[in-house]
Design a protein around this ligand. Structure first.
Ligand SMILES: [Zn+2]
Length: 203
């Protein structure tokens, strides 16, 4: 594993060029086609691109430290994408994936920081193990809540996650924020699964 990490650390996720986590050419290519969509809760979503190819490879490699570095290199594209929202507070979605659970956070925090957004890391994933067997979507819905360090009631917030696949986590995070009196004005993800109804935009 150490050797693999060493190799991964030294190559671009997009083109395998040595020396960087993601090269300038690939950054331009991977972020050239941002997508807009609407979540099932009616919140406008911005993705840097579709969940395939290089963006998918980048996210799937997320157990490696170098992915954090790669996401930081997407910072310019993330800042451009979020500029229209103006002054918002980013709220990362806690991850339910095993690799992240051990560390206690997902890529949302890294993405929000790369976008240079003010972050309130206030969502908590409560998984006490008593809900095993429940449908996954239901489990996620019940397990995300707003904890301490929440922004003031009425704050304009943006939900941040690495990828939108089913949308269950993002909807659960939205519901939790709305219940806590926050105004969810957008969702930011690096990539969106293409089964969602998206349209490309030039930001
Ligand atoms: Zn490259």
């Amino acid at each position: 594993m150490a050797l693999f990490e060493q190799i991964f650390d030294s190559r671009c996720v997009g083109c395998n060029t040595w020396g960087v986590t993601v090269c300038d050419t690939c950054i331009a290519r991977l972020t050239a086609d941002p997508h807009h969509a609407m979540t099932s809760r009616g919140v406008p979503l911005i993705a840097l691109g579709a969940y395939r190819g290089g963006l998918r490879a980048l996210i799937l490699a997320s157990k490696h430290r170098s992915t954090q570095a790669a996401i930081r290199r997407l910072g310019g594209a993330l800042r451009n994408a979020t500029a229209p929202w103006g002054n918002v507070i980013a709220i990362p979605v806690p991850s339910s994936r095993p690799g992240f659970r051990a560390r206690g956070y997902g890529l949302g925090l890294t993405i929000a920081r790369a976008a240079e957004l003010t972050v309130a890391n206030c969502l908590v994933m409560n998984d006490n193990g008593t809900q095993r067997g429940r449908h996954r979507t239901e489990r996620i819905r019940r397990n995300i809540s707003v904890g301490l360090r929440r922004p003031p009631i009425g704050s304009r917030v943006v939900i941040v996650d690495d990828v939108m696949t089913t949308g269950a986590s993002i909807d659960a995070a939205t519901d939790a924020c709305v219940s806590a009196g926050l105004r969810v004005v957008g969702v930011l993800v690096v990539a969106i699964a293409t089964q969602h109804n998206t349209r490309s935009v030039n930001l």
